[in-house]
Design a protein around this ligand. Structure first.
Ligand SMILES: N[C@@H](CCC(=O)N[C@@H](CS)C(=O)NCC(=O)O)C(=O)O
Length: 242
């Protein structure tokens, strides 16, 4: 146990966790990590414990949380098998950290060029997808409505969806893909997990069926991934507040 990581105010289930511990709420960012842990459980029997918090109460801004993630945002994982325990913030960094448990490279690649593709798509969504779609939601829900801001983020998010469609359709590469990264048709990886958790909410983000008709490959990709048992568990009841 380290003195700086856990304090008097740290909830007991966080402080007493022995192995991998996830602190989350089932938002798109939380779901990325929830889904990957569920996938790891199916293949390797990976175990972890979970603390659900309610970000509307600003629990994530309290000192006990900031000790683990100074950015004050969920999700966070703490690997208590390390000495001292190792906290990981930022969802894409968390997915990459958890790849160490994927010893058979089921959700990542041994080949360094394929892994480079995975990292490109993971970063693409982290830097160019989540912030746009997240801000679109923020401004759509805001009491003070700004048409300028809504239009900006609506347009950019739609453009980014179009980039995913381009990659999956193979329009310029001649290689249609089932998944974002990997040779040939690609392989389901953490790049898809990180992206899917957000993109699946396109309708709730205010896009119409008509607009999404432009993205047939993206729609099939959303369905393909939604069909996985681990994905359904990762967004399911287990992560809803009791
Ligand atoms: N870039 C961060 C974003 C995390 C993030 O924005 N989490 C949201 C929930 S989806 C959050 O904690 N919001 C609460 C807050 O901003 O206080 C990541 O990928 O981990």
């Amino acid at each position: 146990m380290t003195s700086h990581l856990y304090g008097d105010q740290t909830p007991a289930d966080v402080k007493n966790a022995k192995g991998l511990h996830l602190i989350t709420q089932s938002t798109p960012n939380g779901q990325k990590v929830q889904i990957f842990l569920e996938e790891l459980a199916d293949v390797y029997g990976t175990e972890w414990t979970t603390t659900l918090i309610d970000i509307s109460t600003n629990e994530q801004k309290k000192p006990w949380f900031l000790r683990l993630n100074p950015n004050g945002r969920i999700p966070v994982i703490v690997d208590n098998t390390q000495s001292p325990p190792h906290p990981v913030m930022e969802t894409s960094a968390e997915l990459l950290y958890l790849l160490k448990f994927d010893t058979d490279h089921r959700f990542g690649f041994k080949d360094e060029l394929e892994q480079s593709e995975l990292i490109q798509w993971l970063f693409f969504w982290h830097g160019s997808g989540a912030p746009y779609q997240g801000n679109l939601g923020f401004f759509r829900r805001a009491k003070e409505q700004s048409t300028f801001a809504i239009n900006r983020f609506r347009k950019e998010t739609y453009r980014v969806f179009g980039v995913l469609e381009l990659q999956l359709s193979g329009k310029y590469t001649g290689q249609p893909k089932e998944y974002l990264a990997g040779k040939g048709a690609g392989k389901y990886s953490v790049a898809d997990i990180g992206t899917w958790a957000w993109v699946k909410n396109w309708s709730a983000s205010g896009y119409t069926d008509e607009e999404f008709k432009e993205f047939p490959h993206l729609l099939k990709w959303i369905e393909r991934i939604a069909g996985r048992a681990a994905v359904q568990r990762g967004i399911g009841e287990k992560y809803k507040p009791s």
